[in-house]
Design a protein around this ligand. Structure first.
Ligand code: SF4
Length: 233
């Protein structure tokens, strides 16, 4: 649970720029589309005038602490992740947006693009989230349950096929699930290992990303390379 404990004069930019609808090849060259402004807080829980967080409205996305002076917010572990996951499950599109926002907020050197275009034959494919870390592109798709992992990977592979046609740098494939880690039993691990051997992707839990964002709030650098397994590729 987040609570503002120190009411001091701070400036809070309630909007942040994101990149949407650019082309994959342009992103690789460092050419980004005109940024679009989106709200940092998904629920209007942060009252800038009163310098308060509405505990009822806050869904613990943990983005605003990155914008606030340190020691302004008190954090207690109470139900935080559950609250966030509840919100994510009620708004299926939010998780992709939040991951891109969280990465961009915590590290301005990493570029994220939403709905990035890649031409595939006569059709235009959309990459839900493109992340470029140290010149390495990653394409990411959210799946709601373990049984959807294969479907998710196949849709990323279709995008990859489109990219191959243009002889562009191939991305790493990331599947993010909002299933909780505790359910990831041996049988599921075996299934995912087999899928990984065939399709070469990484499975990341939304839960792990949320914990990374939480830790990053106090750390000097958020370990995005580690969480997307870039160090082991
Ligand atoms: S943690 Fe997220 S939901 Fe809560 S006030 Fe901050 S930005 Fe809003």
């Amino acid at each position: 649970m987040l609570k503002i404990i120190k009411k001091i004069d701070f400036k809070f930019n309630s909007i942040m720029p994101i990149f949407k609808n650019g082309n994959y090849s342009d992103f690789l060259k460092g050419k980004y589309p005109e940024p679009e402004d989106v709200l940092v807080c998904p629920t209007d829980a942060l009252d800038i005038d009163q310098k308060e967080i509405s505990l009822e409205k806050c869904v613990e996305c943990l983005l605003c602490p990155y914008y606030l002076p340190s020691k302004t917010i008190k954090y207690s572990e109470e139900n935080s992740l559950e609250k966030f996951m509840e919100f994510v499950n009620s708004d299926k599109k939010y998780l992709t947006k939040w991951i891109g926002q969280a990465i961009s907020t915590s590290n301005s050197d990493i570029k994220c693009g939403f709905d990035v275009k890649i031409q595939s034959g006569s059709r235009t494919k959309r990459i839900p989230l493109l992340i470029i870390i140290e010149n390495k592109p990653l394409i990411l798709k959210i799946v709601d349950s373990f049984k959807d992992i294969e479907y998710g990977v196949l849709s990323l592979e279709e995008i990859e096929e489109g990219i191959k046609q243009y002889d562009l740098q191939l991305p790493g494939k990331i599947i993010v699930t909002n299933e909780i880690k505790i359910k990831y039993d041996e049988e599921l691990q075996e299934m995912v290992t087999k899928l990984k051997e065939k399709h070469n992707f990484e499975l990341v839990f939304a839960e792990s990303i949320w914990n990374t964002v939480k830790e990053g709030w106090l750390a000097t650098q958020v370990e995005w390379k580690k969480i997307f397994c870039l160090e082991t590729r």
